[in-house]
Design a binder for this molecule. Structure first.
Ligand SMILES: *Cc1c(COP(=O)(O)O)cnc(C)c1O
Length: 454
């Protein structure tokens, strides 16, 4: 099936300039669009997900050039591979410079064997800055030539909201509406998305993250809303959030000693955008022995990996709340990246899930053994890595640290019995006043209040 889809997509590509990147829908391979369409549509009307018609391969010798390259250097190289037909080199340089004024450092826990890749050094202190800021930069480049204001709808389980709010704040020609589940995000997460004002509006939804996500998906299919606004999304279904997230997997390798063992990445997962990005990097040519899909009790993907059956469920509230997803929106993309073949999928991806009690014990253990303070999501990632390495010893493990522990400060403080250091840029939010529109979790209510803001 996959090979036929790709062939068909390639035939259509013959009609477009062959230097331009195109994307097809996972539900209809004949639905081929340009970079701009994939960026602003976010999701095809047929409810599939956009996939690149061709995945660019690394230039020969590129891996040998990695050591010593900064995150921004790597982002520049790889963005050019993807967008040469759509952006000038100067635009790529500017995009990367504005989006990524921070690094993703690799922290050693055990030499040669166990590392943490810290992805939380951006403005919102979570890895979602990488995708959100790249996407915001790309949208502002293209929207300059539009006459209609772009209205971005985004559902957040906690961290997307802050990253998107800060990434898009004051971007001309763009307005943002953020939906978050009432009472299910941390205090500081809530402050990040409800205190900016200006072109950023927050909706506090009486429901779960899945409800928020469903509201956004329904809005995209609603005719009246589409006539009123130029709707777009910043959720991890947008392929331009995913592509830049592959960059830090390369940056991880750039920081390892040249004689390192085969690399295993453990990615704490909810919607599976982050893990899909790693697999995308692997498809481009990044050498990876295996990926660990580490989850909390929202374990539909680990269950799929062990049983072969995918059964979405209602999401459960856990300590690692940014991963409380019962029907991960990137699951079909993850499968597609591995040829929709169960054997290939289970060969490359190993799944493990953990309870809140295990996560709490791990947070304490990491502090006691390594003097490392981890957020609950990062702790789940490290638990996943440890489970993998329990049986497979000859590898170099890297767990992704997806958020700064201070974002989950009351919970982590209580677990450790000590106050977590709060970075200045987070601390200043505590006294700002929350501004959000409270709505029930029904589409009618959401639509009505959106139209009132038109
Ligand atoms: C969003 C998030 C995750 C889950 O990432 P996905 O790409 O949705 O799988 C994990 N940890 C943190 C801190 C997050 O904010």
């Amino acid at each position: 099936m996959v090979c036929c889809n790709r062939l068909f997509a390639r035939n259509l590509r013959a009609l477009l300039p062959d230097y331009a990147m195109t994307f097809y829908s996972t539900n209809d391979a004949t639905n081929v669009v340009s970079v701009q369409e994939a960026l602003f549509n976010s999701m095809p009307q047929d409810r599939g997900l956009y996939m690149p018609s061709a995945i660019p391969a690394l230039p020969a010798g590129y891996l040998n050039s990695l050591p010593g390259k900064s995150f921004a250097d790597i982002a520049y190289d790889l963005t050019k591979l993807w967008l040469t037909g759509d952006l000038t080199d100067a635009q790529v340089a500017q995009l990367v410079e504005q989006a990524f004024p921070f690094d993703t450092p690799l922290v050693e826990l055990e030499a040669g064997r166990k590392y943490v890749l810290e992805l939380f050094h951006g403005p919102s202190l979570a890895f979602k800055d990488v995708g959100a800021r790249f996407m915001a930069g790309l949208m502002s480049i293209f929207s300059a030539s539009y006459d209609k204001e772009v209205h971005i709808l985004v559902a957040t389980s906690g961290d997307t909201g802050g990253a998107v709010a800060m990434g898009f704040h004051n971007v001309p020609g763009v307005r943002v509406s953020i939906l978050y589940p009432k009472g299910r995000v941390s205090l500081l997460q809530e402050k990040q998305l409800t205190t900016l004002g200006g072109n950023v509006q927050a909706f506090e939804v009486d429901g779960s993250f899945d409800d928020c996500q469903a509201l956004v998906k329904t809005a995209f299919l609603d005719q009246e809303l589409n006539q009123t606004f130029a709707l777009s999304s910043a959720n991890s279904i947008n392929i331009f959030r995913l592509i830049p997230q592959s960059f830090y997997y390369f940056r991880a390798l750039a920081q390892l000693a040249p004689n390192h063992k085969p690399v295993v990445f453990s990615t704490p997962s909810g919607n599976f955008g982050n893990l899909s990005a790693g697999v995308l990097g692997w498809r481009m040519g990044l050498p990876v022995e295996a990926f660990v899909a580490a989850t909390n009790l929202n374990k539909v993907v680990p269950d799929y990996l062990s049983s072969g059956t995918y059964e979405p469920m209602a999401s459960l509230a856990t300590l690692s709340n940014a991963m409380d997803v019962g029907n991960p929106s990137n699951f079909s993309r993850l499968k597609r990246l591995l040829g929709d073949d169960y054997a290939s999928i289970t060969d490359r991806i190993k799944g493990y899930y953990f309870t809140d009690d295990q996560t709490i014990d791990e947070i304490k253990r990491l502090r006691d053994v390594y003097n490392y303070v981890a957020c609950p999501h990062t702790a789940v990632g490290l638990l996943g890595l440890e489970s993998y390495q329990h049986f497979a010893v000859d590898n170099c493990g890297i767990a992704l640290a997806t958020a700064h522990p201070a974002k989950f400060s009351p919970a982590v403080d209580e677990i450790l019995g000590q106050a977590v250091d709060v970075p200045e840029r987070l601390a200043i939010l505590a006294n700002r006043t929350k501004q959000a529109i409270a709505i029930p979790g029904t589409f009618e209510a959401f639509k009505e209040s959106l139209l009132q803001t038109a």
